[in-house]
Design a protein around this ligand. Structure first.
Ligand SMILES: [Zn+2]
Length: 195
């Protein structure tokens, strides 16, 4: 029996993921984003890279079979399961500045960025080292003609998941996202398990 871990709404965590292990990120209620970061456990200056990954994949729609690369062009994670097929790797983690920019009338929240910064601090990862996250279940359609993008509710339903296999020893940061528009207007937990 493998335990499922709960990330409460609007929070985040960090943990080690050994090479060969598979991390399954689960949206237990549907329409909830989880920001995922990965760092090389042996040298945290090596970090997940949106730019490398999108370049090599030749698409912004990453799903089963796609690999997530580091800033050193090495594969960190391979997507080995995906029941949704819609994730984002363009946008940075939501932060207090996101709230000030988009939601000036709402109480500001430190967002995924603040949650990740706190969770990663014990691993000697500073806030300035936090890159674009792989945003599990985030729905950011891009108009191919104009380049205009939107943040729409996730397509994930209750119980949907994405599974990623570690291709090196990693430190993972993972959140239950805090931004209203990313999550269909409500904040839910995220579940994960390691196999
Ligand atoms: Zn967020």
């Amino acid at each position: 029996m493998i335990d499922t871990v709960v990330i409460p709404e609007r929070s985040g965590t960090a943990f080690k993921l050994d090479k060969g292990a598979t991390l399954t990120v689960i949206d237990p209620r549907g329409e909830q984003v989880a920001d995922l970061l990965a760092f090389n456990a042996e040298d945290v200056r090596e970090v997940i890279s949106s730019g490398r990954t999108l370049d090599y994949a030749e698409t912004i729609r990453l799903t089963l079979g796609n690999k997530l690369y580091s800033n050193r062009s090495r594969v960190m994670l391979t997507i080995v399961g995906d029941t949704v097929g819609c994730h984002d790797f363009l946008l940075t983690p939501c932060s207090i500045d996101t709230f000030l920019h988009f939601y000036p009338d709402l109480p500001p929240h430190r967002g995924c960025f603040g949650n990740l910064a706190e969770a990663l601090a014990p691993y000697d990862i500073a806030p300035d080292a936090i890159p674009i996250a792989f945003n599990c279940f985030m729905n950011v359609p891009v108009d191919g003609q104009t380049g205009k993008l939107k943040v729409l509710p996730p397509l994930s339903k209750a119980g949907d998941s994405i599974a990623l296999r570690a291709e090196m020893d990693l430190i993972i940061g993972l959140t239950a996202c805090s931004a209203p528009d990313s999550n269909g207007g409500t904040f839910k937990p995220i579940h994960y398990r390691i196999d």
